[in-house]
Design a binder for this molecule. Structure first.
Ligand code: 5GP
Length: 253
């Protein structure tokens, strides 16, 4: 069998050339990193969970008319996605103060924000993904004004969708990060949600206990990350409780 061509390897995913032009196979690794890869570990089962959860969120978004790169899941760790030119920005939407916003502005974690706040970070690991404004984005040509209008509209729709979904299973969507890609349909170009949507890139707090069910469990050494993600998947009905912890097959003599 021919070896497939690796296009890119990131911290949590590998991208391979897809079976048809304009497609990519996205492989979810078990690697977890935080603080710009200063903290690293391999968390068994994380890739399987994120593959399933990202499929679930992206499929839901496609269904309500928010375009995403997701085409179909291929297996436990891989999904087929549409190739897109990734805009070099992390789009962050916040509903409650937490993380870098709390630190930067001295607002207590968990404080409800008066309205969802959209922020942009320039995607550059060497620089630690610095916060930028629309002025930087326009001046350096990372996205046009029309793109920015579309990006904000997409980000707020994703926020409404995910907030409602999580509220239904007793989870508060504190904040999240998405990435946006550009695709071409004939003479037209449009923007779609790309990369992944998973607890790696969200803050999810149990509404009653405040328990963290996202990557902060790893960042802050709060317990078992796979258990936290499995709980999110279980509540959303995405996968049975035992799926990632299924016993290994035994050799029968
Ligand atoms: P903060 O700016 O508070 O660190 O992060 C805000 C939100 O965006 C959090 O939900 C966080 O998980 C997500 N986020 C920010 N930067 C990254 C990143 O580089 N990778 C991932 N996976 N998520 C990020």
């Amino acid at each position: 069998m021919a070896r497939r061509k690796k296009i890119y390897e990131g911290k949590a995913k590998i991208l391979y050339e897809g079976p048809e032009p304009g497609t990519i196979v996205q492989y979810f690794k078990d690697d977890a990193t935080a603080f710009n890869a200063q903290k690293k570990d391999v968390i068994e089962g994380k890739g399987v969970l994120n593959n399933r959860l990202s499929e679930f969120f992206m499929t839901g978004l496609n269904t309500i008319g928010v375009p995403t790169h997701f085409i179909k899941r291929l297996n436990m760790r891989e999904q087929l996605v549409r190739a897109a030119e990734i805009i070099p920005l992390e789009i962050i939407v916040r509903n409650f103060a937490a993380g870098s916003l709390s630190k930067r502005l001295g607002i207590e974690e968990g404080t409800p924000l008066p309205r969802p706040i959209v922020e942009y970070c320039y995607k550059d690991d060497k620089l630690g993904d610095p916060l930028v404004t629309e002025e930087h984005i326009a001046a350096f040509g990372w996205a046009s004004q029309q793109d920015m209008d579309d990006i904000v509209a997409l980000a707020l729709r994703v926020n409404d969708y995910l907030s409602g979904l999580m509220y239904g299973v007793g989870i508060r969507l504190v904040d999240f990060k998405i990435e946006i890609g550009r695709v071409y349909d004939g003479d037209f170009q449009r923007l779609i949600v790309a990369d992944e949507i998973s607890p790696d890139s969200m803050r999810l707090w149990d509404m009653e206990s405040g328990q963290k069910l996202d990557k902060d469990v790893f960042r802050q050494d709060l317990g078992n990350l796979t258990d936290a993600y499995t709980e999110v998947a279980r509540r959303l009905g995405v996968m049975p409780k035992t799926a990632t912890h299924a016993p290994k097959p035994k050799l029968i003599n």
